[in-house]
Design a protein around this ligand. Structure first.
Ligand code: F6P
Length: 343
């Protein structure tokens, strides 16, 4: 078989580990050939390819980013998009496609399979960990470790100056990174998109932390919102081709409000793309490698329209459609646990 591979959406550590594992097993065990498409769906629409054999994947296991490049291209936005995809797959003699991505990339793969009969297998990735069909996505563990290390460092400088430090982490619809890094890093307040926050309550926690002679660390997910009124975020005018607003700004807004209301100096640290860059953690390399091995096994079995997923310690196959049907958000009970440490 000739197998096409692409990585779409925001990059995350572990993408190269998936590519390497699928190519190694595909070539060695099944005799498959591979071709890479550059920059997600854009490469498939435009016919932009990268040679992908064992020599091309040597040494990429610990490397962050993606050797294939990525973009947030939605081929269904282009009236000619699907037609060009079909043409390019035929021209490149591709029998099956492995799409590595989050809800948008996998949503496209699901539609291409269901509506156009294109033989796709999906691999879930996102640092946000918000895909419901899998217990974890790779990239998340690395992001949590990076954010936790930053919070650890911020405690000492916050205390030297007795100021509030607001740490804005990624998490558009789900507060998994904020919750895990906030708990691991001993934050005094954690704010997530799933639960609107009360500014008076946040200021109460900040004040009580100062009363105990410590400086507060407030971890806020970029998608978190206050109870009264939606925030006008600075990047809100920008949207990607899947219609997502480009976030960032809540941390700065929050620090200003806290400073005004409590009279304590407050500063903001936006971790941003630092959370997505660099080498993957050991857990993410392990998960991504197993996803790659199981994705190419699904292709070999002719089990298309499926996504590989982690359930406990097993890798299973689920319908691509289910994978993107529902976002996995932080359940109220889990957030409640963290509240023990607020203030
Ligand atoms: O979906 C993953 C993610 O990292 C989100 O947490 C964040 O909102 C978004 O991507 C940022 O996207 P980009 O870097 O493409 O602007």
């Amino acid at each position: 078989m000739r197998v096409g591979m692409l990585t779409g959406g925001g990059d995350c550590p572990g993408l190269n580990a998936v590519i390497r594992a699928a190519v190694r097993k595909g070539v060695q065990d099944y005799g498959h050939e591979f071709i890479g498409y550059r920059d997600g769906w854009r490469g498939l629409v435009q016919g932009s390819t990268v040679p992908l054999g064992i020599p091309a994947v040597r040494g990429i296991l610990p490397r962050g980013g993606t050797v294939l490049g990525s973009s947030r291209t939605n081929p269904f936005k282009d009236p000619d998009g699907v037609h060009r995809i079909r043409e390019n797959l035929a021209k490149d003699d591709v029998d099956a496609l492995i799409a590595i991505g989050g809800e948008d990339t996998l949503g496209v793969a699901a539609r291409l399979h269901e509506e156009h009969g294109i033989r796709c297998v999906g691999v879930p990735k996102t640092i946000d960990n918000d895909l419901s069909a899998t217990d974890y996505t790779f990239g998340f563990d690395t992001a949590v470790n990076i954010a936790t290390e930053a919070i650890d460092r911020l405690h000492t400088t916050a205390e030297s100056h007795m100021r509030v430090l607001v740490v804005e982490v990624m998490g558009r619809h789900a507060g998994w990174i904020a919750l895990h890094s906030g708990l691991a890093g001993g934050a005094n307040v954690i704010l997530i998109p799933e639960q609107r926050f009360d500014l008076d309550e946040v200021c109460g926690w900040v004040t009580s932390r100062f009363r105990a002679s410590y400086a507060p660390i407030v971890v806020v997910a970029e998608g978190a919102m206050p109870q009264d009124g939606d925030l006008v975020l600075k990047g809100a005018a920008a949207h990607d081709s899947f219609g997502h607003v480009r976030l960032s700004g809540v941390g700065e807004w929050l620090a200003k409000e806290i400073e005004q209301r409590t009279g304590k100096e407050a500063r903001t640290i936006v971790l941003g793309h630092v959370q997505r860059g660099g080498t993957p953690s050991a857990f993410d390399r392990w998960l991504a490698t197993r996803f790659g091995l199981h994705a190419i096994a699904a292709v070999r079995d002719g089990d298309f329209g499926r996504m590989v997923a982690l359930r406990g310690t097993d890798i299973v196959r689920v319908p691509l459609r289910d994978a993107t049907a529902r976002l996995k958000t932080v359940p109220p009970g889990l957030y409640e646990e963290a509240r023990t440490f607020f203030g």
